[in-house]
Write a protein that binds this ligand. Sequence first.
Ligand code: SF4
Length: 233
Amino acid sequence: MAFQKGWFADLRREVFDEQRPYAIVQADVPFEPFQLLGVRAVSNQWWASLIAAKKMAPAYLDAMEARGYHDGLCRYCSLGLASTLAGDRRPGPWGGLPRPALICARLTCDCIQRVFSTWAEALGTEFVPLDNPGATLLPPRWWELSRSRWRELVEPHRLAFAVADLRALIGVLERISGRAFDLDELRALMHAINTQEAIFDEVRTLICNAPKTPVRMTEQIANVMATCPEKSG
Ligand code: SF4
């Protein structure tokens, strides 16, 4: 918990106080290239929860609907856009988001391409989309392949497509940061993440096999957005 608090304090200082180049990203975007190239990444969902915690969400959503956006738009992922559209009259938490160097999203939900391209236009920044190529084959018990036999699960054309998208993102991050991407650094980070995930799995199995639930959901939910293994390890 102390590490996470320190991480957010650093994020707030660098992005909001010092106005360093940073990115707004969807929570399911891979954060590793941002971390390795030193570009701070603010998660859209984290910003939305901060707005909600400050009780600013209803006013932003009303303002968005007054502009003609339909009231069925997913709140969780469009609240950040709403805060930008209405931010001139009601600045967001900590004075509102500074202009990011880029925004980035995986196109995993139908509305996201439109939400993020509209947001990029409102912020005057570039939008880097990461496509989400769908599987043409789904083997039985596919989830058992994803850990160590993932090459049998991820079709080569989908993998090549996703790699091309990630290379384009890395190119943008290199331009913004002035730093060069190092594949060996990524490899080391991914090994650390695998180690961390194996520990999570061990804990999950212990919890599942316990005669009574030893921890509450609210105590565990923060692990969904786990900490950075490079720094916490
Ligand atoms: S369904 Fe997709 S767009 Fe809607 S809130 Fe969930 S992640 Fe966001």
